[in-house]
Design a protein around this ligand. Sequence first.
Ligand SMILES: *Cc1c(COP(=O)(O)O)cnc(C)c1O
Length: 386
Amino acid sequence: MDVEDLKWLALTEIAVEGRELEYVSAAVAAGRMASGGKFSEACARILSEELQARGVLLTTSCTDALEMAAMLLEIQPGDVVVVPSFTFVSTALAFVRAGASVRFADIERDTLGLDPNSVEALLDDRVRAVIPIHYAGIPCRIRELVRLLNNVPRAELIEDNAHGLFGRLEGQPLGSFGRLSTLSFHETKNFVCGEGGALVMNHTDDLERAQVILDKGTNRSQFFQGLVDKYTWVDSGSSFGLSDALAGFLLGQLEAKERILASRARVHSYYRTLLDGAAEAYTMRLPPSEELGSSAFHMFYLLMPSMRVRDHVLNRLREARIRAAFHYVPLHSSPFGRSLGAHGDSCPVATDISERLLRLPFHSRLTEEQCQRVADEVIQAVEECQ
Ligand SMILES: *Cc1c(COP(=O)(O)O)cnc(C)c1O
């Protein structure tokens, strides 16, 4: 057989789970593709209810929702934000664009989320926001962060919840702990519409101003509700609203929530069962299982014993046409992070984890046979390193 014919196993994959295409067609047929339409409203209603939020606005991306958060907080030069070094660029970028200085905090080894001790050492009265993520959908130590911030009057908790939609901590939805939280519907996430996001608001005070910021600084929304008699420029803002055609796609996904979550949980448990024995034998670490009852199942990762082993396994998987990946280049050691004054050795756990972490293909359509193929390759490659 020609190996070129062997299909690659993708790292992530989009699947149509329900009425997505019907809804996109309906938005086009109705000539309503701009933001703020009925599909956006329906998505926002589902998200508000599930996350017990005061309000939800759909945005063009999670990055844009984070920029809206920075605008709502009126972040400006002189302000400081604390972000994990081990995260995607946007967590920091949105606040840097508003002029903030960033302090990179380290992560802790169980959840790979912000380490409250590291955060505590970085807090002072210049800090305006702390922005945790829930890595891989596993809740970070968010209650400890809430407690810490009670002592810093001007600092707000903003959850970058791009991984954690529908995850829970002791029954409380991820994304409901901070003043604001943000979501991503990028094609690599659990619920997708290509490019998209949401700003989730947990304080009623933010609702009106956020709508104005999303509507290019105008009071358009109040005008259409008949609350003001002129439609005009009243504040700063940008064009942050999601197209209603994309919101239609997203609604199809959100309506299939239970099925998508169940599929992802099932794939997670395939991997766990297939790799448990080898993990013990070869000192690989699986994601923590006691937190899994509350996980959003965003990805499946392995912590390999060393960078040498990780890179060998990564190469072997590539040869076997399996897309695996490392994650992330820590922001404190990235070229731009360093240009902002970060030191290469300031977050040792983030550095260590990023050298050893291996992400396996993970999406709702993976079969047990495909997981078996991945696990067999991983185990064989690790054995070669002994
Ligand atoms: C994907 C991701 C983002 C960016 O999401 P976009 O919707 O592409 O802007 C931000 N933060 C984290 C943690 C992410 O994983």
